[in-house]
Design a binder for this molecule. Structure first.
Ligand code: SAH
Ligand code: SF4
Ligand code: F3S
Length: 489
């Protein structure tokens, strides 16, 4: 068993690393041109790749899992930290070797790095034929046609309206049980460290009826869990008034006292939860300034809304939070956590993102992050050290003055603290029974299945005759910091 535990832990650590890639699978039929898509960054990007695959499928492209076989390679990129961009540049060098042998190969850079660098990317990376930002994917067939005609294709226009609501994503890399649904795009917050508002544009919410229809369709096709995605889901706001483009305009109309019908995130959650009691609903990401008690009460009211909240704190110190322009204090954050505990209880999973070594962060302010972690008792966290991003508020206003060794040491302390807390949190689950949705076989052992409980903890147990997509009750008998291990009862 101990070997198994070790293996499981490694797999889960890999899964948790934020910059994992996600590669298209083989669905091309004979005679079709082949598209290879590789995605970096967040789930929004993975979800966008499924929209891209759908748009390109209509153009006669089938997907492949081997880039060597492709006629067209799309890299859906991330700019969140410098490392993410470096990874993409290395990958382009590898594709260059293929292109030398197959000059007809087309290479497109999509996503946030495309939006950040625009046509500069064509000059810096000679291999690139197409540059398309996150709101330009409907134009991809046109851009491919331009390359077919011997030129290069660039579209980095950011829209106030585009939500791709009418496009049914082609599920890439799917386990057939869980799927992501984008409910909004862009971000209107201006966290000073963050490049996303520049790469994804203004915030806009997708028509809730198209979201419910997508969830219903997934359920009918056997899926049992959907995750509603947005950079800041709690600020979801939709109005049937077609003249109002984007959240900013809706809020302006509200301020003017206009009587408009509005669907907020709590309303949307309820609509999706009602699709079917056997369809689990998750969501990410919640912004601490926006998460309301109304959302927490809606979560409490529906068994199928999973009791898990990703609530990135970034820092535990109010001065640093102010510099980060997060618009909440340590006390506000703690109050939101208290509300979660009050309304949803101890069993609700909570996770965070943390940034170590932001501009001017003092040692005692770093300690505040560690003490916040003790207070909240996060089940897990995504943890980073600060990486200055060109064009952001922090890059313009503050000096990136914390030496790399200090950033790394602080990050290590945060990671060690989190591992200890994760193990403690998991130990509390020993000898308890959880309802688990089975997602498939555990990567390291065909004899074991894995799934997650409502609180988003990975649970591994012997296969017997159970199958992906079923709900089972699992008694937890062992655990690591990353995984609960048990058997079906
Ligand atoms: N919308 C989400 C975050 C999206 S980015 C939210 O507001 O929480 C995912 C995470 O990357 C962020 O939460 C932050 O912890 C991290 N991140 C963003 N910019 C970063 C930077 N410049 N350096 C280090 N980490 C960063
Ligand atoms: Fe970035 Fe802040 Fe928007 Fe999250 S809420 S995407 S961290 S600007
Ligand atoms: Fe990266 Fe863009 Fe997502 S910068 S984290 S891919 S929104």
């Amino acid at each position: 068993m101990s070997e198994l535990i070790k293996d499981i832990e490694i797999v889960d650590k890999e899964k948790e690393a934020c910059e994992v890639t996600n590669v298209s699978k083989d669905n091309a039929v004979a005679g079709q041109r082949k598209l290879y898509i590789e995605s970096y960054g967040c789930q929004m990007n993975f979800s966008d790749s499924e929209i891209v695959a759908s748009i390109m499928e209509k153009e006669g492209f089938g997907t492949t899992s081997k880039f060597e076989d492709a006629d067209l390679i799309f890299l859906n990129t991330c700019s969140i930290r410098d490392k993410a961009e470096q990874t993409v540049r290395k990958r382009l060098t590898q594709f260059n070797k293929v292109k030398k042998e197959k000059p007809s190969l087309m290479v497109g850079v999509l996503g946030c790095m495309a939006e950040r660098l625009k046509s500069q990317l064509l000059e810096e990376e000679k291999i690139v034929d197409i540059v398309a930002g996150p709101d330009a994917y409907r134009d991809l067939p046109g851009l491919v046609a331009e390359v077919d005609d011997g030129s290069k294709g660039v579209n980095v226009f950011l829209s106030r309206e585009e939500t791709y609501a009418d496009i049914t994503p082609v599920r890439l890399n799917s386990n057939g049980v869980t799927a992501f649904i984008s409910i909004m795009r862009g971000c209107d917050n201006m966290c000073s460290f963050c490049v996303v508002p520049f790469t994804r544009g203004r915030e806009r919410s997708r028509d809730p009826h198209s979201i419910v229809a997508e969830a219903q369709d997934l359920f009918d096709r056997g899926y049992r869990e959907v995750t509603l995605l947005g950079q800041n889901v709690d600020s979801y706001k939709w109005s049937p008034d077609n003249s109002l483009k984007g959240k900013a305009q809706i809020e302006k109309a509200e301020r003017k006292g206009k009587d408009i019908e509005i669907i907020n995130f709590a309303n949307l959650l309820e609509m999706v939860a009602k699709v079917h009691p056997d369809l689990r609903v998750r969501f990410s990401t919640s912004h601490p300034k926006d998460i309301t008690d109304e959302v927490l009460h809606t979560m409490a009211a529906y068994e199928n809304i999973c009791k898990y909240i990703h609530l990135p704190a970034q820092s535990g110190n109010s001065r640093v939070l102010e510099l980060m322009n997060r618009t909440y204090t340590r006390e506000w954050y703690m109050n939101r956590v208290d509300a979660i505990r009050r309304i949803l209880g101890e069993a609700c999973g909570i996770s965070s993102d943390m940034i170590a070594g932001f501009c001017t962060e003092q040692e005692k302010e770093h300690k505040d992050t560690l003490s916040l972690m003790d207070y909240v008792q996060y089940d897990f966290s995504y943890m980073f050290y600060y990486s200055e991003r060109p064009g952001t508020l922090a890059a313009k206003k503050y000096e990136d003055d914390i030496p790399l060794e200090v950033k790394k040491r602080r990050l290590k302390e945060i990671i060690e603290k989190q591992s200890a807390i994760s193990l403690e949190r998991n130990k509390r689950d020993l000898n308890k029974v959880f309802k688990v949705l089975i997602e498939g076989t555990s990567k390291k052992s065909d004899e074991q299945l894995k799934g997650r409980n409502s609180a988003n903890k990975v649970v591994v147990f012997p296969k017997e005759n159970y199958k992906a997509g079923q709900y089972v009750n699992v008694l937890v008998k062992e655990c690591t910091a990353a995984t609960l291990i048990g058997e079906v009862v």
